[in-house]
Structures are given as structure tokens and as C-alpha cells.
Design a protein. Structure first.
Length: 187
């Protein structure tokens, strides 16, 4: 197998393993066994368990950023609805313990915080760019808080009987409330 393909295979298997076992219970030996490789080969590609987790989460983040990237042919409101839908899809597709890493806590490895922070900054920058409003500290704060709201709504929605359209409408209403901007009619 080509080295890039082997690395991708290890990352895919590790993602399944982290989803099932969580980070704390993850085992490099079991990841190696499930990938059909030796532990030594995993350590050839990755310095340790945290480096494997970083590769898994960077792949997740890249997938999410691609799915939520603005489409220049759409209006700001259409892009917003499209990005919310893509985010909710992405979150719903994540499973088990891996989903819990979307909400870092004090025990979460530092790399999770770094990836989440970078993704958050990219999303705020995209929102600022699409709004056509001058950037102010208040607007940046409002958008950051709104993104936290969207993350929580996505997390909670997997356990509640709330329709996708209703979740998106709620997120859009919250955006209007914190920014005063109505990008999309939600009535």
C-alpha cells in the first residue's frame, strides 16, 4: 500500500476506534490490530496517541470546513442556511465518544482545543466576510457566541425530537437576536 494510503487507512480505523472507545480508553495496539498493521508502523506515521487523534480531528475539521464553505453563487442568507444544514449533517454523522470531543473539557487533549479554536476562527471570519458589515469587537463577540449556540443546538438536537428546519430557524433567530441582522426570513 502507498504510504499516504496506509496513513489514511490508519486515520480511518483510529476514527472508528476513538468513536467507540473514546480517547482515554483508546489503545494503539488495538488500533494497529484493527488496521492490520503493527504498532511500530503506527509509530512510524504518528508520534503517539495524541498525534493520531490530531490526524483524526484535522480530517474531521477539514471535512467540515469544506462542507460549510461559502458558495459564491449564493446569497449570504442562502450560504448561511446551507452551512447550518451541512454542520448539522456533519454533527449527526459523528458518533459515540468522538462526538464528545466537539465539546472540549479540562481533560481533553490540548490539540482538540487548538483545532476547535482554529475552526471557530475560520467560521467567524467567514461570517464576518459574508455579512457585509464593518467588523467591530461587538459583532465578533456576537458571532463567536452564536457559533457556540449552534454547536450546542447541534449537540442537543441528536437527543431531542426537533426537526432540522426548526433547528435551523432557531439558529437563524438567534443570529438575528445577537447581531440585529436578518439574513434570512425565518417566519
Amino acid at each position: 500500500m502507498h504510504p499516504d494510503d496506509r496513513r489514511d487507512q490508519i486515520v480511518r480505523v483510529a476514527a472508528e476506534h476513538f468513536a467507540r472507545e473514546g480517547y482515554d480508553r483508546a489503545s494503539m495496539s488495538r488500533i494497529a490490530r484493527e488496521a492490520g498493521v503493527t504498532r511500530a508502523l503506527i509509530y512510524h506515521y504518528f508520534a503517539g496517541k495524541e498525534a493520531v487523534l490530531e490526524a483524526v480531528l484535522r480530517r474531521e475539521a477539514d471535512t467540515l470546513l469544506t462542507a460549510t464553505a461559502p458558495d459564491p453563487t449564493l446569497s449570504a442568507g442562502e450560504n448561511l442556511v446551507r452551512a447550518l444544514d451541512a454542520y448539522l449533517d456533519h454533527f449527526a454523522a459523528s458518533r459515540g465518544e468522538l462526538r464528545e470531543l466537539y465539546t472540549p473539557n479540562p481533560k481533553t487533549p490540548q490539540v482538540v482545543w487548538e483545532i476547535a479554536s482554529t475552526n471557530h476562527e475560520i467560521q467567524v471570519a467567514r461570517l464576518l466576510d459574508s455579512l457585509g458589515q464593518p467588523e467591530t469587537p461587538r459583532l465578533r463577540l456576537a458571532l463567536g457566541a452564536w457559533l457556540a449556540f449552534v454547536e450546542d443546538a447541534a449537540r442537543e438536537s441528536v437527543n431531542l425530537d426537533v426537526g432540522r428546519d426548526e433547528i435551523i430557524r432557531l439558529c437563524l433567530d438567534a443570529l438575528r437576536a445577537v447581531t440585529g441582522l436578518a439574513l434570512v426570513a425565518t417566519g
